[in-house]
Write a protein that binds this ligand. Structure first.
Ligand code: ACO
Length: 444
């Protein structure tokens, strides 16, 4: 008989831990989707110093959250209860941002005001340009974006002064900070991009929609009018929605833990950008494209690379495959795969790396190594192909991901502060030297 989590809770509401002769009881916590956690808050106290250890937090919940639900076994992803499939199909990115941050979909008036407030707060201080100028052109855009985001604290000091958050008392300054992040970071993203290409910097156009304005700031050519392309606007809107939140991933946990020391929103988001940069997380979209290009240049032999990915003596991994929580298809990857075909088709682009991606996917899905380990394409496997079709350079891919993830980071940061969560401070098991007597340098 298989017990569902619900059955377990109906039968028992406590977990028992036996250590030698001693037995301890801990309460269970149930989520709204019947997920169960053992609350071990009192463990160290009652056991006189015993802790749990779980490298990479594979089985450890760091918080309770009402923002995003995901079931990795079933391939379900929902923001505030709404399915990712419906949101990606029907919603506007700014609506989704509002939903993630404030908990409900906005009315027409609320959305309009939100957008107006973001536009009003999108001016970036001219001195930030000077900081941008100081970066070499070769700098990776993620490093530049993280630094500039951090620099925004200097130009928006109130951002660091949200202490003792109480929603009613601090509502206004919290809201001001949220719209500043959503207003200014797209400007930084576009500047980072234009600097890379040696183009003059652009400001936004208040008559445009949020997503369209981002594209205009990035792509407007000097001395030419910006001509919107609806295919690209729709594709970017979808990509941003798909990246908007993913519960306690590496970068979001980073934002929560940095914010738990009461660091400000810009500082916390800057650290989230750094966490996202790595190739095992958001940097995978760049790594996938580079991998697909390398396979193409090497003659397109996907079997050779499959063998490398399976060889434990070879550090090569199939980038864009595997996920910590999805042990079934990543629902975002399904949507992005279809979108990649649509965008390439609509733009009349025949990209040979799409064929390589398809053939790698096909081989992996029928290969025992990948099947046994439940390794499926993740969100990043096809997203780079769309970004490339839009004309975005490979090094900017993760920056686009960061732009999409802003609402998630903000929502989690606010939730963590409003719930007055304690400072994040894990424990450890020390494995170093025990006490030694210091010898001065002449005795060594
Ligand atoms: N290629 C080949 N083998 C893989 C891959 C891969 N992409 N991913 C996992 N494996 C293997 C591991 O070698 C391991 O095998 P073993 O059991 O024989 O030792 C097994 O599958 C489990 O992998 P772990 O690394 O233990 O899984 P973990 O949950 O720690 O890591 C991760 C998940 C980081 C996503 C991993 O699958 C990976 O490195 N994928 C490639 C990078 C990538 O695409 N990252 C983007 C993730 S989505 C996102 O963050 C936006």
């Amino acid at each position: 008989v298989f017990l569902t989590n619900k059955n377990i809770l109906n039968m028992i509401d406590k977990a028992k831990l036996q250590i030698g002769e001693n037995s301890y009881e801990f309460p269970l916590i149930e989520g709204t989707e019947n997920e169960i956690a053992i609350d071990i808050k009192t463990l160290r106290g009652v056991t006189d110093g015993v802790i749990t250890i779980d490298a990479g937090y594979k089985n450890t919940g760091a918080c309770q959250s009402a923002i995003t639900f995901l079931d990795g076994e079933k391939g379900i992803l929902r923001y505030r209860g709404y399915s990712i499939e419906e949101l990606a199909e029907k919603a506007d990115f700014l609506e989704v941002a509002y939903l993630l941050i404030f908990g409900e979909l906005p009315s027409k008036e609320e959305l309009q005001k939100f957008h107006e407030d973001i536009k009003e707060n999108s001016i970036v201080d001219d001195d930030v340009r000077k900081i941008l100028d100081a970066f070499p052109k070769s700098a990776h855009p993620m490093g530049v974006l993280s630094s500039l985001t951090s620099a925004l604290t200097a130009f928006n000091p109130s951002n660091d002064k949200i202490n003792n958050i109480d929603y009613e008392r601090t509502k206004k300054s919290l809201y001001d900070n949220i719209v500043k992040v959503l207003g200014k970071i797209p400007v930084l993203v576009s500047w980072t991009y234009r600097k890379k290409l040696g183009l003059p910097l652009e400001y936004g156009d208040n008559s445009l929609g949020y997503v369209e304005n981002i594209l205009k700031m990035m792509f407007k050519k000097p001395n030419e009018d910006y001509v919107p392309n609806q295919v690209i606007i729709t594709a970017l809107n979808k990509l941003l929605i798909l990246h908007a939140d993913h519960e306690q991933n590496c970068s979001t946990s980073t934002v929560r833990i940095v914010g738990s020391s009461h660091a400000g929103l810009f500082a916390s988001i800057s650290s989230g950008i750094s966490a996202l940069w790595g190739p095992l997380h958001g940097g995978a979209n760049q790594a996938v494209l580079e991998m697909l290009e390398a396979i193409r240049e090497d003659g397109g032999d996907t079997k050779k690379y499959m063998a490398k990915a399976k060889d434990k003596n070879d550090p090569f991994r199939l980038m864009g495959f595997g996920h910590r929580v999805y042990k079934n298809f990543d629902p975002r990857a399904k949507i992005i795969k279809v979108a990649a075909y649509e965008v390439l088709n609509d733009l009349g682009i025949d990209d040979p790396i799409l064929e390589i991606a398809k053939s790698l996917e096909k081989e992996a899905l029928s290969d025992a190594y990948f099947v046994d380990r439940k390794l499926y394409p993740n969100v990043d496997f096809y997203s780079g192909i769309i970004y490339r079709a839009m004309g975005i350079p490979v090094e900017m891919f993760t920056v686009m991901f960061a732009l999409g993830r802003l609402p998630g980071w903000i929502g989690h940061w606010c939730e963590m502060r409003l719930r007055k969560e304690p400072i994040g401070r894990p424990r450890q098991i020390y494995t170093g030297e025990t006490y030694r007597v210091f010898k001065s340098i002449s005795q060594r």
